[in-house]
Design a protein around this ligand. Structure first.
Ligand SMILES: [Mg+2]
Length: 368
């Protein structure tokens, strides 16, 4: 048996911008379209795919900085690729958009390796679980009550997902009365047996976040995400000490130092990691180990069809964010997109790699 892999061929990078199905907003941001930068990595007749939800500029970073650094790569040597990419972006700034670009390539390389070997990606990684719990995520502050209720009911009653999350912190925390009303509507929509999560996207101050949590005590919130800015570790720790819900953050993390700082500051009860931002599957596994060393679990942030395989491979994994915006795009773009019925997804043993095939005809209209 040979232990050498084929040499990496071309990296094809394409950018898609998909309008949302309704205006979307959270506590600190509003948007009406989502951009995906998709990488197709080729070797030995196989194509691996990975992506990041990030500015189109990431495509230029991949072509200008990352692809040249991967010239001649043995596609089995993903650690060498990760090292080469980290070095290649030193002067451009390794965190932020460069890390998002690296993430897309790293995910494509893991997928490519699995496909070259004829294995499902989760089997290449090695699994600790066969199914991955998800939670329905959306509940945008821009939704009216009817849209909020119908989305939540679709997850909890339609698909049987026992965990849902809504956005709060509207207008940077200036509309607490509506936040509280929407939390009550959400609880009413899903009933008493569904776990209710909230995400303020950093909109509140620490004391304000605690007051909001206390005012909503009757609704039984179990998860309070980014009550304050995820850069304000002391503020997160302050909220964490004061509320019974688990405090979560980490979705913007792009290096291990970031995750280590967040854990050592006692800022979170569960560390969020985004496989399309943190540096890809390679760094997802490392970030999960950082959390484990702090006695914490990790939760997968967004891009659920890309995160499912590595989620199955991490012992201290809790759940994966089934984010409305991304689910809609991934269902449109890919054959093999996963089904969350019952509250979990099962990476497919019958399909190679991450199990996804790009639908060229359906995605082309969004290409820029
Ligand atoms: Mg969030």
């Amino acid at each position: 048996m040979t232990t050498d892999g084929p040499t990496l061929g071309q990296l094809d990078v394409s950018v898609y911008t998909v309008p949302t199905d309704a205006p979307e907003a959270d506590g600190t941001f509003a948007w009406d379209a989502t951009t995906m930068v998709l990488v197709q990595a080729r070797a030995a007749g196989a194509t691996g795919i990975g992506w990041t939800y990030a500015p189109a500029a990431c495509a230029a970073l991949i072509k200008d900085l990352l692809e040249p650094a991967l010239s001649g790569l043995d596609v089995f040597n993903i650690p060498a690729a990760a090292e080469a990419m980290a070095r290649a972006v030193r002067n451009a700034g390794r965190t932020g958009a460069c890390a998002y670009a690296i993430s897309a390539v790293d995910c494509a390389l893991w997928d490519l390796k699995a496909r070259v070997l004829g294995l499902p990606l989760h089997r290449l990684l090695g699994t600790v679980r066969e199914t991955v719990d998800v939670y329905g995520s959306g509940g945008f502050t821009s939704y009216d009550e009817h849209r909020l209720r119908s989305q939540l009911e679709g997850w909890s009653h339609g698909q049987g997902i026992p965990r849902v999350k809504i956005k709060i912190g509207e207008d940077r925390g200036r509309n607490v009365a509506r936040d509280l009303a929407r939390i009550r509507q959400a609880r009413d929509a899903v009933g008493p047996d569904t776990s209710l999560f909230v995400d303020a996207n950093g909109a509140y101050t620490a004391k304000q976040a605690v007051r909001v949590f206390d005012a909503a005590a009757a609704e039984g919130i179990e998860w309070f995400e980014e009550p304050v800015s995820s850069d304000h570790l002391e503020g997160l720790a302050q909220v964490r000490r004061a509320v019974s819900a688990d405090v979560a953050a980490g979705e913007y993390g792009t290096d291990l130092f970031y995750f280590a700082r967040m854990c050592s500051a006692d800022a979170v009860d569960c560390l969020q990691v985004d496989v399309t931002r943190c540096g890809g599957i390679t760094q997802w596994l490392a970030a999960s180990a950082v959390a484990a060393a702090a006695g914490l679990q990790v939760s997968g942030h967004c891009a659920p069809n890309l995160a499912a395989a590595p989620a199955a491979a991490v012992p201290n994994f809790r759940h994966l964010e089934w984010f409305h915006d991304h689910v809609r795009i991934e269902d449109m773009f890919f054959d093999g997109a996963l089904d969350p019925a019952g509250g979990s997804v099962r990476p497919d043993d019958g399909r190679p790699g991450n199990g996804l095939e790009l639908r060229e005809a359906d995605s082309r209209q969004y290409r820029r």
